[in-house]
Design a protein around this ligand. Structure first.
Ligand code: BGC
Length: 768
């Protein structure tokens, strides 16, 4: 009897469940394909609901469709950690106590790892932080090409090379989105400098657009499958990029078949009609006077709000474009907020700190490491790693040894749960192991003492009222007593440094650092300069300073990672993602006088013509003098450090490469094998780089272009084969005559080495 009751009950439950499933509307039925669910949801939405989802309701959110069960959609910066929550309609932080984060290294550092596995880890871990914080989309990563070292936001991007940026952006997106959090790749496109970013109209050839400035975005879409793209502030062909027919409709949604949303940069939308027709899907950050000022809802005044509704009501627009926008937004909802398979999020987990440290360790670049000029027997080896058996007194100098870099710089500013400062990192690591060692500190210079951003303030005061002379004199006096002097200098996140909204005003190091370094090396030649920045800087004293390290902005674990590299716990393996010019005029944008552009008579628009064309970074420096002379009178000096350069505490050799064939066809690949050997006595990693040279082409081409790379870790004495494969894409250029990518048959050469100026092996091959 009992059994019979049980069976009947079970049947009832199954029947009831099936009935419930059956009555589930299609748009909520997880078994149905997403496109079908979108169709169903779209049919059920009112005009008001459709208009509501395509624009913001607060600084960082848009409403879902509550009647149908779609929750609010929250987004946040990006790209180095999850930004603290801000007030509903203000930039000021809301003052929550649960919105600190792990600050991951800035994207220049990620690019300097030359390790796509690091980018994947970056995305995954950031995604977990975003999930915990309830953010469905992270505003990043940024892949604007580093065209000039003055550009204030280069630190948020991935360097000067389209191939390197493409290989690094794809796994970042995939890692992030594997957690059900959308990437929003920015700033599409041609946002290559910050000064006048709202007014600059970029004039660029089709070739440079497609070969240099678009490839990383294209990879983000066609390979990374990004769910979000942020339009840039600037104009292209006199149209703002947040509603730009060519950029958004033709290239992004047409040629690349992008099915995600285009989000405006905050305040980047300027016109209702253009926003309707030219590809914008979600409007954010347009100016409002704030809910506190008494408007019922200032967000109704957005370009894609009441004004759009009115045009539809008046019959001036149909809902054709609106439905396309809403479809994209619903697709984004299904991928994120409506995705029931999302994993759990974690905030500030130790695993996230470990990843932040690992990326930082791999991205730090050892630029120079010489024996000390005035050497004696005791100090006969290169200055780094610090020889702790002989070092008793270390002097640390410089503001950047004690300055938090996660606060400031614009929208990427964070409220890090912790940030280990360089001085603290060094002290904690060395004092554990070497009690006899003393570490002293001298400020050396005062730079930026404002340590707050949008209400996030740093506990430590940096005020120091001493004069520059007094600060320098103190450092010099102490340097005389030290075995080694480590200067943490460079730039910071203040306005006109590495920061959003403006560009740097000068290529030189600010705050009298050059005078300081010169004085220090005179007092003690054993100086290590650790440059903290996202850009290169002039180093007039380079020949006198035996060791230089590029330390980037590396987030929460900065002090630990830097100490790891300086002391040799980690063998550096980062490589520069940009060329480090000797002088500013050695960079194409400046050599051609095309930065920052020319104001039109009305003084509202500044035209910036990219006169160096496709020859950006090393492509400019490599040019034969005769060719460069047609564009500029400036003959560049040898760069301080070439693109792809980065030393190690061990040494590597590369054998002559060989190819698996002599001729390839357009449907074929060609693979080069090269053997790399660790010829030193420490384990270490290096990156083998392959550049393609098109020996004869109907259009001018760069002398070489990076088209493959591989990072390899080797034990002392170990030798390993590395294979690098090229396909037709690697041999192609954008032919502006036919408006398509073309690979011309003929002779090519693969140039393989460990930096763009360290080519160790060349192999000729043919494309049939
Ligand atoms: C920046 C974007 C950022 C947005 C939201 C804008 O000023 O250009 O990169 O995502 O603000 O903070």
């Amino acid at each position: 009897m009992k059994n019979r009751i049980f069976v009947s009950l079970a049947l009832l439950l199954v029947w009831g469940g099936a009935k419930a499933q059956k009555s589930l509307p299609v748009y909520l039925d997880v078994r149905k394909p997403i496109e079908q669910r979108i169709d169903d949801a779209l049919r059920r939405m009112t005009l008001d609901e459709k208009i509501a989802v395509i624009h913001a309701q607060s600084k960082f959110s848009s409403p879902g469709v509550k009647r149908l069960g779609f929750p609010d959609f929250w987004t946040d910066d990006g790209p180095h950690g999850v930004r603290p929550d801000v007030l509903w309609d203000e930039w000021e932080q809301a003052g929550q106590t649960n919105d600190s984060c792990v600050a991951f290294p800035a994207l220049t550092c990620l690019a300097a790892t030359w390790n796509p596995d690091m980018a994947r880890l970056y995305g995954e871990n950031l995604g977990e932080e975003a999930l915990y914080r309830g953010k469905a989309m992270i505003l990043g990563p940024g892949v604007n090409i580093n065209r000039t070292p003055l550009a204030g936001r280069n630190f948020e991007y991935m360097g000067e090379d389209p191939w390197l940026a493409s290989r690094m952006v794809v796994p970042y997106i995939q890692g992030l989105q594997s957690k059900g959090v959308a990437a929003c790749v920015k700033h599409y496109a041609l946002n290559n400098d910050e000064e006048y970013r709202h007014q600059v109209n970029v004039v660029v050839s089709d070739r440079a657009l497609h070969e240099i400035y678009l490839p990383a975005f294209r990879a983000a879409v066609t390979e990374g499958g990004t769910w979000g793209i942020m339009g840039a502030y600037n104009l292209y062909k006199n149209q703002h990029n947040c509603h730009n027919d060519i950029m958004l409709n033709r290239i992004l949604k047409g040629d690349w078949k992008y099915d995600g949303v285009v989000v405006s940069d905050w305040g980047g939308c300027h016109n209702t009609d253009e926003a309707i027709r030219y590809g914008l899907d979600m409007e954010f950050g347009t100016w409002t006077d704030g809910l506190t000022m008494g408007k019922t809802n200032a967000y109704d005044l957005y370009y894609l709000a009441d004004a759009y509704k009115q045009l539809i009501k008046e019959g001036k627009h149909t809902t054709k474009e609106l439905d396309d926008k809403v479809r994209r937004v619903l697709r984004l909802f299904y991928r994120t907020t409506m995705n029931r398979q999302k994993p759990y999020g974690f905030l500030c987990s130790e695993a996230h700190y470990d990843v932040a440290r690992q990326i930082a360790q791999e991205g730090i670049v050892l630029l120079r490491n010489e024996k000390c000029e005035k050497r004696n027997e005791k100090w006969a080896a290169p200055l780094l790693p610090l020889d702790l058996t002989k070092t008793k007194r270390i002097l640390v100098v410089g503001e950047n040894a004690i300055k938090m870099m996660t606060v400031g710089g614009g929208s990427s500013s964070l409220k890090a749960q912790r940030e280990v400062l360089p001085l603290d990192g060094l002290r904690s690591q060395l004092s554990i192991k070497h009690s006899a060692l003393s570490i002293d500190y001298a400020r050396g210079y005062v730079g930026d003492t404002i340590q707050s951003y949008n209400g996030v303030t740093v506990g430590r005061s940096l005020y120091d009222l001493r004069t520059a002379d007094e600060l320098r004199a103190e450092a010099v006096e102490k340097a005389k007593q030290a075995d080694v002097v480590i200067v943490f200098g460079g730039l910071n996140k203040a306005d006109y440094q590495d920061s959003e909204g403006h560009d740097r005003k000068q290529y030189e190091l600010p705050y009298g650092q050059n005078e300081l370094v010169e004085a220090l090396v005179k007092a003690n030649p054993r100086v290590v300069f650790v440059n903290i920045s996202g850009n290169c800087v002039q180093m007039p004293w380079i020949d006198k300073v035996p060791a230089v390290v590029q330390g980037w902005f590396i987030g929460s674990e900065a002090g630990h990672a830097l100490a790891d590299v300086l002391t040799g716990v980690v063998n550096p393996s980062g490589k520069l993602p940009f060329s480090w010019y000797s002088r500013l005029e050695d960079c194409g944008a400046h050599a051609t006088g095309s930065y920052p552009g020319t104001w039109r008579q009305n003084e509202r628009i500044i035209d910036e013509e990219y006169k160096e064309d496709i020859f950006v970074g090393y492509r400019w420096l490599d040019l034969p003098d005769k060719v460069r002379a047609t564009m500029s009178k400036v003959k560049p000096a040898k760069p301080l450090f070439a693109f792809g350069h980065g030393l190690s505490y061990t040494t590597f050799s590369v054998t002559q490469a060989h190819a698996d064939k002599k001729e390839m066809t357009l449907d074929d690949n060609i693979t080069f094998t090269v053997s790399v050997k660790n010829t030193g006595d420490r384990a270490g990693a290096t990156t083998v780089q392959l550049y393609v040279c098109d020996l004869k082409c109907s259009l001018p081409r760069p002398v070489k272009e990076l088209k493959a790379f591989s990072k390899v870790m080797l034990q002392p004495g170990e030798q390993r084969d590395v294979q690098l494969t090229l396909d037709r894409r690697a041999l192609s250029f954008y032919d502006d005559r036919s408006q398509q990518w073309t690979a011309e048959s003929g002779d090519f050469e693969a140039l393989i080495g460990l930096a763009s100026d360290d080519i160790q092996s060349k192999v000729k091959f043919k494309l049939k």
